[in-house]
Design a protein around this ligand. Structure first.
Ligand code: NCD
Length: 332
């Protein structure tokens, strides 16, 4: 019996290295984050040149599967892949066979037949990216699954903060608004605390999940608490994820009056971030959104280089990536 077991083990093919995915901030260590931000920085420098395209991922296929609406995330993944010379295929659920009732599994298997190297997926169901990682041979990047995770948003926010302050460690970030329905908040709380920032969640009690402090953050319902932070990170009221008939706030007008981020609630020089899309006049006053201290456009630009770094890192296996990025920067 023991002999048979040994024989079986001998006949097993050598183990292939595990495929790397980015499904959650929990997949990343502090070293991973630092490496990714470093790679993003070298890509940022490469974009300053007239010739913006790098040959790095030539011949690779990046498939963008968006089952939920998106402006910033889908456009930046598409441009990131193009800037690295990969082929891209972008699939939006509306107008596809999903409208005819095709399941996620059939869609993933059908498009997986083109052998994509990376699948970037956004889906309303929590865990959809994990399933696609199981059904296909591609590296999978979660571009947002329900209210669960949005890891590349957290990375681009860390990149933005690091560019602005030169550090993340010791920064105090107040996240304001609809935390309950926000994958951005969940990913950012994890990422910011991992990198040594202090996080305070601010909003109506109905929109701050009970027990979220276990992630290492503080909570308060007092909007004046945002004055103490270095950065105020504003969240949209995500009505499309709210349960029908549930009254989280009496009205949007009431919400804006009590928790809207307005000029008088901020300290001069305080930086403001928002993942977009913004609802001006609800969670953020238009004056705040357009002020010089708003980092909102910087976040969008950071989204491009950060997603380039993620695609590159997944396809070139970790620490080596940093070296290669520098080399490519020199030769391209
Ligand atoms: C966020 C998202 O989709 O989770 N937006 C984004 O990716 N830029 C936040 C939101 O929709 O409010």
């Amino acid at each position: 019996m023991a002999e048979l077991k040994v024989m079986r083990e001998e006949y097993l093919p050598p183990k292939a290295p595990p495929r790397r995915h980015l499904l959650s901030v929990a997949d990343l260590t502090r070293d991973d984050v630092e490496r990714l931000l470093g790679t993003a920085r070298s890509f940022e420098r490469s974009l300053e040149r007239e010739m913006k395209k790098l040959p790095t991922l030539r011949g690779r296929l990046v498939l963008n599967l968006f089952f939920e609406s998106s402006t910033r995330t889908s456009s930046s993944f598409e441009l990131a892949a193009k800037r690295l010379s990969a082929d891209t295929m972008s699939f939006k659920a509306s107008g596809s066979s999903v409208d005819k009732g095709e399941s996620l599994k059939d869609t993933a298997i059908t498009l997986g037949a083109y052998d994509p190297d990376v699948i970037v997926i956004r889906h309303a169901e929590i865990g959809a990216p994990q399933l696609v990682a199981r059904w296909t041979d591609a590296h999978v990047v979660n571009a947002g699954d329900g209210k669960h995770q949005h890891p590349t948003q957290a990375l681009l926010d860390l990149y933005t903060l690091h560019e602005e302050f030169g550090r993340i460690d010791g920064l105090h970030v107040a996240i304001v608004g609809d935390v309950l329905h926000s994958r951005v908040a969940r990913s950012n709380i994890q990422a910011l605390t991992m990198m040594g920032a202090r996080v305070t969640l601010v909003g109506p009690p109905s929109l701050i999940p009970r027990g979220i402090e276990t992630l290492g953050c503080e909570t308060t319902i007092d909007i004046d608490a945002i004055k103490a932070a270095d950065v105020v990170y504003v969240l949209r009221m995500q009505r499309e994820r709210m349960l029908e008939g549930a009254n989280y706030v009496p009205s949007l007008r009431e919400y804006a009056a009590r928790w809207g981020v307005t000029p008088d609630r901020l300290r001069p020089g305080q930086k403001v971030m928002h993942p977009g899309p913004m609802n001006r006049g609800v969670e953020i006053d238009p004056v705040v959104a357009d002020a010089a201290d708003a980092l909102i456009e910087t976040q969008v630009r950071a989204g491009l280089v950060t997603r380039m770094a993620v695609l590159y890192d997944l396809l070139t296996h970790g620490p080596v990536a940093v070296q290669n990025a520098a080399e490519i920067h020199e030769v391209a």
